[in-house]
Design a protein around this ligand. Sequence first.
Ligand SMILES: *Cc1c(COP(=O)(O)O)cnc(C)c1O
Length: 401
Amino acid sequence: MKKTTGTDRSITRNWRPATQAVRGGTWRSEHGETSEALFLTSGYTYDDAQTVADRFAGDAEGMTYSRLQNPTVAMLEERIALMEGAEACRAQASGMAAMTTALLCQLETGDHVVAAKAAFGSCRWLVDNLLPKFGIETTVIDSADDAAWDAAIRPNTKVFFFETPANPTLDIVDLQYVCDLAKAHGITTVVDNAFATSALQRPLEFGADVVAYSATKLMDGQGRVLAGAVCGSEQWINEVLLPFQRNTGPNIAPFNAWVVMKGLETLELRALRQSENALKLGQFLEPRVPKILHPGLPSHPRHALAMSQMSAAGPIFAFDVESRERAFAILDALQLVDISNNIGDARSLMCHPASTTHANMGEEARADMGVTEGLLRINVGLEDPQDLIEDLDQALKSAGL
Ligand SMILES: *Cc1c(COP(=O)(O)O)cnc(C)c1O
């Protein structure tokens, strides 16, 4: 395959993120297709025995097996890396495959991990259950408390692991502070950037080492496929992540990679418009509900910080209506917004985290991270915001708010 445009990497590297979103990583076959080709193949054939021997020896470039390389997956990986400002990226089968790979590839028995307590339920499961099973110590902290990061460091601390904004309480981590602190102690920061994506926040610019994604969310953006990605330096990806990934196989299917690549073309447009819609809905809800957690609103404790490290607050926020009964009544009254635990979709979706995404973790851990019985999380989509406001208005009224 050859690149019919953008063959010169010294030029393409410098394209801005919006250009990378539609152009980055494109390799065209001899047919010159405009849309990227989908290579649904597990294996490859070779003209002669020496060619494949050279490839396996690492002496020649070229595909050998789709657990190791696939042209469609490689296009997605290069595009994500270019959008993120990362040297390298490897796509994964899902967000959780990405998180598990990013952590396990670099940790061993005796290491210590400091993680944010506000996190996606399965991310907390990794920290609370999986890592300790292999003799890796973990400490969970209030990620919005800068001093807590400092206080949790031990001589064997190897990794800081957090989301910002966090799922579902929208806690904001001070990226510059935490990344600087990690650097000073030789700790690797792994940032789960699923809520923001590179369209709204680029953690590497603040000194993060590794950015890990659920690409199922805003990157696909249309609720179609599970996907994930891990970005980092070329050296870290090649020497730390790749040996683990190639031999354990959390790889993304080429079809799913292709779907995500199509999603990336419109990522920035969607992320900005959905953020705008989410802000309008948040402003409508704020005087109507007992509590709202929205980094785009001045009432958020870290609003100024969020706005200094993000270009917009994102499509997701949460609000508290003080009881499960009331939360369920609101969900059940919705006429437009769907009851769904997915996020990042172009459709508006709402869920009750305590009984869904965070049901597994137990009442105590839930209470500790602020996932209350009355908490509702909403992903605001691309619908007309006035229709969304009217739907929420009638749903709140029917629940007595
Ligand atoms: C959804 C999500 C994940 C897991 O991603 P999957 O693609 O569902 O495996 C991880 N982290 C965050 C913040 C998420 O929202």
